[in-house]
Design a binder for this molecule. Structure first.
Ligand code: FE2
Length: 288
């Protein structure tokens, strides 16, 4: 029995990010996938508008949060996992590749020795193939690196939360040029997702509505195999690597990459307050 989770979608228009509440159809258990902490870079202000929508959704329905799942260390938004955990409970989880991400960006941000690079800021690190459950719903983890080393896809019943491994068919795949990224690895990870049963529902982490298309967050393995502009059937690994590498060379850094990585590599915990009680983020000059 695979189960068909009830999936509720939340969209953050500031970063084009989808967050999800994934619920066991036969009980109150749920998981929150890729929550967003609102951050206004110009003013340095954080707010909880996006996260509070999820908190209200969970409370109104009497759901029980078992997991706060991160598909990867996001570079375009801050995670609200600690905020939601404090409000609703649950365990914060990410792929075990987080250690590699912490190693890389611990250097970029010149973190001191008190920054543990062992992933211990998270409650659970998933290895490839790990199984877990959300109430009675069976779930398992596919390690799908390439966009980042810590990327995972969560296969929950008949649904898969692919993070940035795949975008909607007309949008292809995510960039593979961040430190630790690799286009060849990303192609192989995409093939693992495309090898799931064709009817598998795929839930995106982002959509940018290319060419004026309405924003959309859900497709299927069959639709991706048939039409994904980067990895549809028939595209070779070498063709993909060429295409991905050429495109990545044209992309600017995401607007929130510096605050996002700094916070998300620590499971979404903001920096500790300094002597004036205020928290500060760093900007490495010429560091990225
Ligand atoms: Fe990402």
């Amino acid at each position: 029995m695979t189960g068909e989770p009830d999936v509720s979608t939340f969209f953050d228009p500031a970063t084009n990010t989808f967050s999800y509440v994934v619920k066991d159809p036969d009980g109150p258990a749920c998981a929150v996938v890729d929550s967003v902490l609102d951050f206004d870079y110009a003013s340095g202000r954080v707010s909880h508008r996006s996260a509070d929508l999820i908190v209200a959704h969970v409370r109104e329905r009497g759901l029980v949060v078992e997991w706060l799942l991160e598909t990867h260390v996001h570079a375009d938004h801050l995670s609200a996992a600690p905020y939601i955990q404090q409000a609703l409970g649950g365990r914060v989880a990410i792929g075990a590749g987080i250690r590699e991400v912490q190693e890389t960006f611990g250097k970029v941000f010149n973190e001191g020795t008190d920054f543990q690079r062992d992933g211990s800021q998270f409650d659970r690190l998933f290895e490839d193939g790990d199984a877990f459950s959300i109430g009675g719903l069976p779930a398992r983890v596919l390690h799908t690196p390439g966009h980042t080393p810590a990327c995972v896809t969560y296969v929950i019943g008949d649904a898969a939360f692919v993070g940035d491994t795949l975008f909607m068919p007309d949008s292809g795949t995510a960039r593979a040029d961040f430190p630790g990224g690799c286009a060849r690895t990303l192609f192989r990870s995409a093939q693992r997702v495309l090898a799931l049963p064709p009817e598998t529902r795929l839930f995106m982490c982002h959509d940018y509505g290319p060419n004026g298309r309405v924003i959309h967050n859900e497709t299927t393995v069959a639709a991706e195999r048939a039409a994904n502009i980067h990895v549809r059937e028939g595209v070779s690994e070498d063709d993909f690597v060429k295409l991905r590498t050429e495109r990545d060379a044209t992309l600017a850094m995401p607007r929130l990459i510096i605050p996002s990585l700094q916070v998300n590599m620590k499971a979404g915990e903001l920096p500790k307050p300094e002597s004036d009680g205020r928290r500060y983020l760093k900007i490495p000059i010429d560091g990225l």
